[in-house]
Design a protein around this ligand. Structure first.
Ligand code: NAD
Length: 360
């Protein structure tokens, strides 16, 4: 059955990296008869400029109709002075996440051995690192009510937020995490602060309950402070980690940095209908936009994730990941991952090299 893929290049380097990801998608579609139907729409600053808002109705309609969305990046200084709700990030990207109920965020931290020197940790600690962090994205303390800043009786101001998770919210992110673990090394570490926070005591209890449905997955628990320490001390001990919105926000950025380059990191956000939005972890990089030097590999690896997780096409996903490894073996590097002795290439040269590796 035909699968609809919506491409949202967005702004800045989003446009440049999407052009390369499109070439990879088109090649795979043709060569492996994947029956993908590609469409494209505006989002972010480019949508504000041409359609008056960051998420035009037609784009949202196409998002709902798509099996999977591939997003470049949104934002840039040109739109920074708009009211926050109208800006490319909140009015475009966050709105898509909210409208589509994308509650499950998958952030792999995968370090190709060819780039082990780029990490701030010793190469032996991180070479071949392959962790997947599953973060709950639409609940927890970032959305909990009541919230605000109030004035106490003594006249002092007090800021307050609410860390809240319903069982159903924990269960649905837990299921995603267990299923991901089943596809990988079958080890899941649930991260909480169950020694202090009641909301995460419930989190732990629900995860324990779910484990009975996934007897092939080994579930462990870790307090978030220890998890932060272990990620830096011995990151390769982890396979899949699952955690709430705030802890996941922090841990996934820390894990990303273990790999040394933001230009290499894909991500995914899924909803209950099985739709997914795939995007590089980086932003629109206005400082290098238009120069043709951005690294397109995070977006190309996002295509691989899309094939594996939403389209259920593990073989083409693997071929793309192997092609990325091949171009790194060839010594090709964009500026962000360049080291002495390698060949510096442009965005389009890197894309062409991946396409060539896939065409063999
Ligand atoms: P950024 O990720 O765009 O850039 C941070 C640094 O990393 C910059 O020096 C940039 O040149 C470099 N970089 C990022 N991606 C790269 C790539 N593929 N190849 C080579 N170098 C790369 O973060 P920022 O500078 O904080 O934000 C810039 C704009 O992007 C802002 O408007 C921000 O709101 C937006 N943003 C969007 C998203 C998104 O669309 N998902 C995410 C983060 C930031």
């Amino acid at each position: 059955m035909t699968k609809k893929i919506l491409l949202l290049p967005g702004d800045g380097i989003g446009v440049e990296i999407m052009a390369e990801a499109r070439k990879v998608l088109e090649l795979m579609n043709e060569k492996h008869s994947l029956d993908l139907e590609l469409d494209e729409a505006l989002v972010g600053g480019s949508a504000i400029d041409s359609a008056g808002k960051a998420l035009p109705d037609i784009t949202l309609e196409k998002c709902h109709a798509a099996n999977a969305i591939l997003l470049g990046a949104v934002g840039g200084p040109k739109w920074d002075n708009l009211p926050p709700a109208d800006r490319p990030e909140k009015g475009g990207l966050l709105k898509i996440r909210k409208e589509m109920g994308l509650f499950g965020n998958l952030r792999p931290a995968l370090l190709y051995k060819q780039l082990a020197d780029a990490s701030s940790l010793k190469p032996e600690l991180v070479a071949d690192l392959d962790i997947l962090i599953v973060r709950e994205l639409t609940g927890g303390i970032y959305f909990g009510e009541p919230r605000g800043i109030r004035v106490l009786e003594n006249g002092e101001r007090q800021g307050y937020n609410t860390y809240v998770y319903a069982e159903s919210e924990i269960r649905r992110i837990g299921k995603v995490a267990f299923e991901m673990a089943q596809r990988r090394d079958k080890r899941l570490c649930s991260v909480d602060k169950a020694n202090v926070l009641e909301a995460t005591m419930l989190w732990r209890e629900v995860m324990e309950g779910l484990a009975k449905d996934y007897p092939d997955v080994e579930l462990s628990h870790m307090y978030v402070d220890n998890a932060a320490m272990q990620l830096i001390r011995a990151p390769k001990q982890f396979d899949v980690m699952v955690t709430g919105n705030m802890f996941g926000d922090i841990l996934s950025d820390a894990a990303a940095m273990l790999t040394g380059s933001i230009g290499m990191l894909p991500s995914a956000s899924m909803n209950e209908k099985g739709q997914g939005m795939y995007e590089p972890c980086h932003g629109s990089a206005p400082d290098i936009a238009g120069q043709g030097i951005a690294n397109p590999l995070a977006t190309i690896l996002s295509v691989a994730m899309m094939m594996r997780y939403t389209l259920n096409m593990p073989e083409p996903a693997l071929l793309i990941e192997e092609a990325v490894s091949t171009v790194l073996d060839q010594g090709l590097r964009t500026g962000d991952i360049y080291s002495e002795g390698c060949t510096k290439v442009s965005t389009s040269e890197m894309g062409a090299a991946v396409v060539a590796a896939l065409s063999l």
